[in-house]
Design a protein around this ligand. Structure first.
Ligand SMILES: N[C@@H](CCC(=O)N[C@@H](CS)C(=O)NCC(=O)O)C(=O)O
Length: 207
């Protein structure tokens, strides 16, 4: 399998896609988006009208946006790489449920936390501060739910899936999550994986 192109940005959700590509041994090249303006060019908007990374162009033609969707498609294309448990197993249901939970809830809360001004028409500093406070509380609640579902050390027990890598990415953005012992243990085990460590280093995580 060769010829993937990953559109990425330092410190963004593209890190879990690079980790997945490395875990499956795919050939890929990277196009770095240096800033928000680069994500708003007509060329990039033709790939993802939302103007956001990550975006993955597949060698067979499709261009996919949305981090969780990209991971599900990669798993479909290369099921033997076991980014996720096999179709039809209880483990897969659980891994997919938490992957979507994190992408729908925690990723979006992180965006509210880091870019509060984009989430209100009220331009006052107090409004931004209130959005930051609430999004931090939302993430605390959501990470606690994940922590209670972790079998240990990974979500599904002894076998790491891409859902664990996704959780580690989100924990890097929300340091209080590391105070939960189940999350800290999961992250420590995820970072033992060489493919993950390389992606973390390339994309400015772990600092
Ligand atoms: N739901 C999307 C969120 C993607 C997203 O918001 N990406 C951010 C970086 S983490 C982005 O590209 N923002 C564009 C900008 O800030 O200009 C996903 O899961 O991929």
């Amino acid at each position: 399998m060769s010829g993937y192109t990953l559109y990425w940005r330092r410190g963004s959700g593209s890190v879990v896609i690079e980790a997945a590509l490395r875990m499956i041994g795919a050939d890929f090249n990277c196009v770095e988006m240096q800033d928000s303006a680069m994500c708003q060019t007509p060329e990039f908007l033709a790939l993802n009208p939302a103007g956001k990374v990550p975006v993955l162009a597949c060698p067979s033609g499709p261009v996919i946006a949305e981090s969780a969707a990209i991971l599900l498609v990669l798993d479909d294309l290369l099921p033997e790489a076991r980014l996720l448990p096999p179709h039809g197993t209880p483990g897969r249901s659980k891994a997919v449920q938490w992957l979507i939970f994190m992408s729908a809830n925690i990723y979006t809360a992180d965006l509210r936390y880091y870019y509060p001004e984009r989430h209100t028409t009220d331009t006052s500093p107090a409004a931004a501060a209130a959005i930051k406070r609430q999004s931090a509380l939302d993430m605390d609640r959501d990470f606690a739910q994940i922590a209670s579902a972790i079998e240990g050390p990974f979500l599904l027990g002894e076998t790491m899936t891409i859902t664990d890598v996704y959780a580690a990415m989100l924990a890097d953005w929300h340091a209080p999550a590391m105070q939960l012992p189940e999350i800290a243990t999961l992250v420590a085990h995820v970072l033992e994986n060489e493919a993950v460590r390389t992606a973390w280093e390339n994309q400015g995580f772990g600092g």
